[in-house]
Design a protein around this ligand. Sequence first.
Ligand SMILES: Cc1cc2nc3c(=O)[nH]c(=O)nc-3n(C[C@H](O)[C@H](O)[C@H](O)COP(=O)(O)OP(=O)(O)OC[C@H]3O[C@@H](n4cnc5c(N)ncnc54)[C@H](O)[C@@H]3O)c2cc1C
Length: 385
Amino acid sequence: MKVLIVGAGIAGLMTAYCLKQAGHDVTIIEKSPSLRTDGYVIDFFGSGYDAFEKMGLLEELDKIQIPIKTMRYENLDGKLRFTLDYNLMRKRLKNRLHSVLRSDLEKLLFEKIKNNVPIYFNCTVNAVIQTIDKVHVTLSDDKQESFDLLVGADGVHSGIRNMVFAQDDTCLEEMGYEVAAFLVKDNPVFCQKETVISINLPNKTIITFPMDKETYAAFFMWKVDTKLKKTDNLNVLLNQIFAGYHERLDSIFTHAIPSSYYHDALLQVKLPTWSQGRIVLVGDSCQAVSLLAGQGASMAVAGAYCLVEALKQYPISSALLNYENRVKPNIDEIQHIAWRMAKWFIPASATGLIIRDTLTRILMTPFIFPLFKNYFVSKSIISPK
Ligand SMILES: Cc1cc2nc3c(=O)[nH]c(=O)nc-3n(C[C@H](O)[C@H](O)[C@H](O)COP(=O)(O)OP(=O)(O)OC[C@H]3O[C@@H](n4cnc5c(N)ncnc54)[C@H](O)[C@@H]3O)c2cc1C
């Protein structure tokens, strides 16, 4: 089967890897000039982890793991509120949890396919027409080509979704929060070895992940405030929201690496159907759950795996339905989890923060966690090996 994948993110690259392993003829187009480098760390567990195991990728995943031992909850001035043992959290998930840089996960998958899947950067789709047995595509360089299947893996702001399925205003749900993330260099305050640091203010959260002795990844989440001056400049925006609380916090901005900037609203995608004819969506383009669920990348990987498994067993139209029926109910559940996690990650008041902290410590105890696990983590849709 000749397949075009639009988007070289985690979903697109995993789809390409699985399709290639199944013997298909795959091409990827990506609108950016290269793989993206925006800097944030993700926790990778659950269905995606299980799909990686099935595809024999766990050894490579181990190599890009960022070692984290402690999660330290601090006040603005660095005073400790409490710590969580990260290894204990990992143990609670049977050691099937890895923290990795999103761009490293993309690179891992890219390395697996780069020699046998052509990837065209700076390229996108301008027009799509379907006939009974083909999808005819006009690319941004005016080239026209026909495929048996088109996979839209172009993220939460998907162009393929807009062209073929639904406009943003009918399927993008704003959660009322925004996120910014970037890498920070030469700022030892937050470069604590193997330690994630979390600082909360009402409606605002800052988390830092250590990368090496000099570099860490920082991400900021905040509740949207309509009173703030609108601006497209991330520095100006973050200054309005976070500057002036404490010099420690201000120091993050002065050491930020601008080329790694990421900024977006927290969004969920809710689409009635994930395929039309020979066009199908994977990853955030059809199933974005938002970072609050902590499973977007994992589910992008799992969705890609399930799509290709279905294509191995059924003709295209039944395969696309089978894929959707297997993955979508789980996504609905994870989207609910994300709404719950909003209050957990970004408490609205000082009292909410104290309650959250107390509950967090109780929940992490060995006998309590199993009782509430499903409240935070969805069941895997991939059966274990
Ligand atoms: C700060 C932060 C923390 C997160 N933490 C976690 C976590 O802990 N665990 C977890 O599992 N997930 C997490 N996520 C979510 C996760 O990163 C995403 O769900 C996942 O990366 C989605 O992958 P994707 O390939 O579907 O989309 P994307 O990563 O958005 O990739 C889409 C690709 O398509 C390309 N593209 C877009 N439009 C076009 C077009 N028109 N033509 C061609 N190419 C196009 C883009 O350039 C991009 O390369 C987090 C997200 C953020 C922002």
